[in-house]
Ligand binder design. Structure first.
Ligand SMILES: *[C@@H]1O[C@H](CO)[C@@H](O)[C@H](O)[C@H]1NC(C)=O
Ligand SMILES: *[C@@H]1O[C@H](CO)[C@@H](O)[C@H](O)[C@H]1NC(C)=O
Ligand SMILES: *[C@@H]1O[C@H](CO)[C@@H](O)[C@H](O)[C@H]1NC(C)=O
Ligand SMILES: *[C@@H]1O[C@H](CO)[C@@H](O)[C@H](O)[C@H]1NC(C)=O
Ligand SMILES: *[C@@H]1O[C@H](CO)[C@@H](O)[C@H](O)[C@H]1NC(C)=O
Ligand SMILES: *[C@@H]1O[C@H](CO)[C@@H](O)[C@H](O)[C@H]1NC(C)=O
Ligand SMILES: *[C@@H]1O[C@H](CO)[C@@H](O)[C@H](O)[C@H]1NC(C)=O
Ligand SMILES: *[C@@H]1O[C@H](CO)[C@@H](O)[C@H](O)[C@H]1NC(C)=O
Ligand SMILES: *[C@@H]1O[C@H](CO)[C@@H](O)[C@H](O)[C@H]1NC(C)=O
Ligand SMILES: *[C@@H]1O[C@H](CO)[C@@H](O)[C@H](O)[C@H]1NC(C)=O
Ligand SMILES: *[C@@H]1O[C@H](CO)[C@@H](O)[C@H](O)[C@H]1NC(C)=O
Length: 862
């Protein structure tokens, strides 16, 4: 009986023991409610881009009383305390305050709140109280402000990731911050602003496996002993622009796998012993100051899959490499030279190969065309020659061969399609014909064949397969004459009118939904010999440049309702300017100069007009100026020179406060410019050319007084030019097009064509009119004038001595007037004056004495 009882009891004890072993401990109620309170302090934003899964949503004290079963929560098996919380990408939105219930979870060892949206709040004090933390990850969570110092009390941390993605955290003293975190195995503080010297103390952190301090504003000298840390596998200190250092000799056995020193001022050559890093798979040194040869020992880095040495100052050639894992190789923008190594056949995994902007010479080895995995190939700006054979590169998406001496393209019977090729750039490749393979592509998006020697027709087969995908086509600077069969064969599918303005389409959309819409946005066929009717721009065109051809007939250009830049200059366009141009509200740059256009300039500029440059120079335009131009508040440059415009002075232009250059020369403007009540405000003007008109009346002194920009000498870079730039594009491709002001100006007695006009060139030309009266003293206020031409008017009185204040004046022409008296001696101070003409006046007396004046010919003096 007793033994039976004993057996029974021991059985019960056993069962109890089994029960306690199997039962999961219930979580502690205070921790459960702390978690619930934490949950309630946030909104859940599932639409947020970082949001993957809102783990907290399922948390509920009723359904699962045991918080240890909740998503993202981990409890200690024995004690039931919450030791781990992983809410990364958890769709939380809100702030964490320092009284947050999170800080009641004092047993936490691992906490991951990465990729939530903490609404630019600061990291609260309190993490330092979670003294058992070993893993803390707050990366990518939109915190801002200073990183609180109490985190640095967490001496058990082995992994700390505070890397920001949007640069708004600060850490004033990293050395102080990390000094007690000596157990760290992983540290990532990328994009936290810490403008301090590199923390040398890290060289003592012998447990470090991964150290990532990219983009932190660190400076000073990098302690090379960090390379010797015995466990370091990942070192990324890239984009600390003032961090210097060098790569020391490397020992065998170093476990480094990934090294990024890009965007620093590391400046050594690479030690041959780098090849002792036998585990190295990722090496990124681009955009630094490395010099010297690439060591031959690179051939031994057999684990390497990513190598970027671009934008340094490497010299010499490269040897034969057998790097079977190499997938990405970028050596662009260096001074590498010699022949390309013939060992491409052993780089079978290469997907990206960029050797551009070096001095490579000789034939492209045929083995290059065997790299079947190539997706991106860039060889532009070298001195390579040879035959290009693409037919095996079926995954190629991008090909740049510009500025080489390539006898494109394979003479083989190549008719394979390259279905993925979307970007093809063959600028200045000495091409004499359109490469045949263009006809076999069916996803081409960008093609640039400019600056070649292609003659004759633009063949239709060229875009056979790419009508729906082509976005950017540049055929400029060739010898093209027509579109074949005298039809206008732009790569457009048949399309009746459709308003697609202000939309964004991508090739992706187009391919997926098969809209079959023409998405050609950028079209440059300038500088050819095209002599047809002008093709209508495609409806989504942003940039349309057909300048410098022989186009005669101007058709409707108004189908393109989204045009930004329209350049039809230097053609033989006749007829009138269509008033529908005013409907293109996006237009910022309009150049119809040097054609045979006649009639009136249409009064077509609606409110909100975005035009910044209007160049209609050298046509046969008549009539008054369109006053609706005042609706174009951004107008910077207006050139109506060399027409037959018959109007009074357009003083209303002074409402356009951005105007920097106005050219009205050689027209039929007439009448006085100012009356006693005139008011002007041309405060930004650098250039005003009213020459060769029939203006009369008093010298327009109030007008000139309003040229405030000419009164300041700002230390303007001589090499900066006046231009207007415009950004445009479809999602995948954006362009910034910079359009320089072009004009003809009188420079020291001769007319000169300026294809670029320096900002510093400030000019007033009132010559060949009928202005009367005196030249006012106030002209001397226009201190930054470089050219002043008042010749051939009826100006009288004395030459004002104040002209000596024009200290950067280079050319002064007052000839053919009725000026009296002596030439002011002060003019001798004008040390830049190199052209001076006061002939045909009524001047007398001594010539000013000074080095400049000794050089002026007698015919220019009285
Ligand atoms: C987010 O920050 C803004 C601005 O500080 C504040 O108005 C808003 O209430 C905050 N929202 C949350 C959920 O914290
Ligand atoms: C935390 O403090 C803020 C004021 O700073 C208060 O509004 C909030 O209710 C407090 N939250 C908790 C959980 O005590
Ligand atoms: C952190 O702990 C200290 C004492 O250990 C306490 O005074 C303080 O209130 C705690 N801070 C937070 C934010 O919980
Ligand atoms: C580091 O630890 C020492 C000794 O425990 C302590 O005096 C010091 O304040 C700590 N530094 C930081 C930044 O926490
Ligand atoms: C931090 O969390 C993010 C998101 O889960 C993860 O990608 C990253 O690797 C983590 N950092 C560390 C050091 O574990
Ligand atoms: C590659 O390593 C082997 C073995 O260590 C060595 O013999 C050879 O010289 C190295 N090759 C180069 C190019 O350094
Ligand atoms: C590159 O190195 C050459 C010769 O060492 C030097 O003359 C040149 O200035 C360097 N260029 C740059 C951009 O550092
Ligand atoms: C290519 O690799 C093979 C071994 O896979 C080797 O025999 C051959 O020499 C290598 N070729 C070059 C040019 O390095
Ligand atoms: C091209 O890419 C596809 C998909 O990535 C891959 O399956 C195929 O093997 C590649 N072709 C070649 C020749 O490498
Ligand atoms: C492609 O070329 C092969 C021979 O190289 C030929 O047999 C075939 O007919 C050609 N296909 C086309 C569509 O031209
Ligand atoms: C424009 O020029 C073309 C020939 O280039 C001519 O046929 C046409 O009649 C001209 N149009 C006008 C309006 O002068």
């Amino acid at each position: 009986m007793a033994s039976l009882l004993h057996a029974l009891l021991s059985r019960i004890v056993l069962l109890l023991m089994i029960h306690t072993l199997l039962a999961k401990p219930l979580c502690h109620p205070d921790e459960s409610s702390a978690l619930m309170e934490f949950k309630r302090s946030f909104q859940i934003t599932t639409a947020e881009f970082r949001c993957i899964y809102p783990k907290v949503q399922s948390w509920s004290p009723n359904r699962h009383g045991d918080c240890c079963l909740w998503d993202g929560v981990e409890c200690d098996k024995a004690s039931g305390h919450v030791v781990g919380l992983d809410l990364s990408n958890g769709c939380l939105f809100g702030t964490i305050t320092s009284n947050t219930s999170l800080f009641h979870l004092l047993h936490l060892e691992s906490l991951n709140l990465a990729f939530n949206d903490f609404n630019s709040s600061s990291i609260p004090y309190g993490f330092g109280n979670l003294s058992r933390l070993q893993y803390l990850n707050l990366s990518g969570s939109e915190f801002s402000g200073k990183v609180p110092l109490d985190i640095s009390r967490l001496a058990r941390l082995t992994s700390l990731d505070l890397s920001s993605k949007w640069a708004s955290l600060e850490m004033p003293n990293i050395e102080n911050f990390v000094q007690n975190l000596t157990m760290l195995r992983e540290l990532d503080l990328s994009l936290i602003s810490m403008p301090s010297p590199f923390p040398h103390i890290l060289a003592n952190f012998s447990s470090l496996k991964s150290l990532v301090l990219s983009n932190c504003g660190l400076h000073g000298e990098f302690p090379v002993s960090i390379f010797q840390l015995p466990k370091l596998e990942v070192l990324d200190i890239s984009y600390n622009e003032n961090l210097s250092g060098f790569i020391p000799e490397q020992q065998r056995g170093n476990p480094l796998k990934s090294l990024s020193l890009a965007g620093t001022i590391f400046s050594s050559s690479l030690p041959s012993s780098l090849s002792n890093l036998s585990q190295l798979a990722y090496l990124a040194l681009q955009g630094s100051k490395f010099i010297g040869q690439i060591p031959a020992s690179f051939a031994n880095l057999t684990q390497l899959s990513y190598l970027d040495l671009s934008n340094n100052n490497f010299t010499g050639g490269i040897s034969h490499w057998h790097l079977p894992k190499l997938n990405y190789l970028n050596l662009s923008v260096n001074q590498l030279s010699g022949a390309l190594p013939f060992s491409f056949e052993n780089l079978t995994q290469l997907a990206v190969l960029d050797l551009s902007l070096n001095n490579w010479q000789g034939e492209i080895p045929n083995s290059l065309w065997e790299l079947k995995n190539l997706e991106y190939l860039a060889l532009q700006h070298n001195s390579l020659s040879g035959t290009v054979d693409l037919h095996k590169l079926e995954n190629l998406t991008t090909l740049f061969l510009d500025f080489n001496n390539i006898s494109f393209i394979s003479k083989t019977k190549f008719n394979a399609t390259l279905p993925k090729l979307s970007t093809l750039s063959l600028v200045s490749c000495n091409l004499h014909e359109f490469p045949r393979f263009l006809g076999y592509l069916n996803g081409l998006e960008c093609v640039d064949l400019s600056n070649n020697k292609i003659r004759g027709s633009i063949p239709t087969w060229m875009w056979n397969g790419s009508k729906e995908t082509l976005m950017n086509m540049d055929l400029s600077h060739n010898f093209l004459t027509d579109f074949g069969n005298s039809h206008i064969n732009l790569p457009l599918p048949q399309l009746t009118y459709m308003d697609l303005s202000h939309n964004l389409f991508t090739s992706f959309l187009n391919k997926q939904i098969n809209l079959a819409l023409p998405i050609l946005t950028y079209l440059d066929i300038s500088s050819n010999l095209l002599e047809t009717a002008l093709p209508s721009p495609p409806p989504l065109a942003r940039y349309y440049n057909f300048s410098n051809n022989l186009f005669g007939d101007i058709q409707s250009i108004c189908r393109a309702r989204s045009l930004f830049i329209l350049d039809l200059s230097i053609n033989s366009l006749n007829g009138t300017i269509t008033s529908c141009l005013g409907n293109i509200v996006s237009l910022t740059i309009l150049n119809l100069g040097r054609n045979k256009l006649e009639g009136m300039i249409p009064h077509a500029y609606p409110k909100g007009c975005a035009l910044r440059i209007i160049d209609l120079t050298n046509n046969r335009l008549q009539g008054p100026m369109p006053r609706s131009l005042v609706n174009c508040p951004m107008l910077e440059y207006l050139n109506l020179g060399y027409n037959q415009i018959h109007d009074g002075f357009p003083s209303w232009l002074s409402k356009l406060t951005e105007l920097r250059a106005i050219i009205l020369k050689s027209n039929k403007f007439y009448g006085p410019i100012e009356t006693y009540q005139s008011q002007f405000n041309f405060s930004s003007l650098h250039i005003m050319d009213l020459s060769n008109n029939a203006f009369n009346g008093d010298f327009p002194s109030k007008l000139l007084q309003s040229f405030h920009a000419m009164k300041e000498i700002v230390g303007q870079d001589q090499l900066e030019y006046m231009n207007a730039s415009q950004r445009f594009g479809l999602l995948l491709y954006t362009y910034k097009k910079v359009v320089d002001y072009e004009m003809k100006l009188m420079n020291k007695g001769t007319e000169r064509e300026y294809s670029k006009v320096p900002y510093a060139l400030k000019e007033i030309d009132l010559s060949n009119n009928k202005f009367e009266g005196c030249i006012p003293d106030s002209v001397g206020d226009l201190k930054s004038l470089v050219f002043l031409n008042l010749s051939n008017n009826i100006l009288s009185c004395f030459i004002p001595p104040s002209l000596a204040n024009l200290i950067v004046l280079e050319s002064l022409d007052l000839s053919r007037n009725k000026l009296l008296g002596e030439i002011p001696q002060q003019l001798a101070q004008l040390t830049f004056l190199s052209s001076f003409d006061v002939s045909h006046n009524q001047l007398f007396g001594p010539i000013p004495r000074g080095s400049q004046f000794n050089t002026f010919g007698a015919s220019h003096l009285p």
